[in-house]
Design a protein. Structure first.
Length: 147
């Protein structure tokens, strides 16, 4: 009886932990100048199970959106997307020139060395929501991520 309880307890911990494992790697935001009202946030996302990024929030911005840069003929255009699919065990890059997070109506200047909290909301195939909050470092105005 005791062994069955241990097995059941271990299985429930494993199954609940499996969903809560979206990881965020190498997040960053470039510093802003004093009057700037927008900024982009970049990072790499990975999940052991297929899930979708459906929302982003930050207390430093009036609103946050997930965007995609794409070519429209000879013009690069940015547009809001409703969600980004994260296939199981595959990295998804949020980077300049592709998917990224846009912060609008900044409430303050973002200065090098600060940390900006972002809360990412994911929805799995089972419709369960998971929030992941990450502290995103603000990099210098001249910063460029390594490819």
């Amino acid at each position: 009886m005791y062994n069955k309880f241990l097995v059941l307890a271990a299985a429930s911990l494993f199954s609940s932990a499996a969903f809560a494992q979206v990881t965020v790697g190498d997040p960053w935001i470039r510093a802003t100048v004093p009057a700037q009202k927008t900024a982009g946030a970049f990072m790499q996302l990975r999940s052991p199970k297929a899930t979708r990024l459906v929302d982003v929030q930050s207390p430093v911005a009036g609103r946050a959106e997930v965007h995609q840069m794409a070519m429209d003929g000879q013009t690069m255009r940015m547009q809001k997307v409703d969600a980004i699919d994260l296939p199981a065990n595959q990295p998804v890059n949020l980077s300049s020139g592709g998917y990224h997070v846009m912060l609008f109506d900044l409430k303050k200047q973002l200065k090098e060395g600060e940390q900006v909290p972002l809360t990412l909301t994911f929805v799995g195939a089972d419709k369960k929501r998971e929030n992941v909050t990450v502290q995103v470092p603000v990099k210098p105005l001249t910063y460029t991520a390594a490819h």
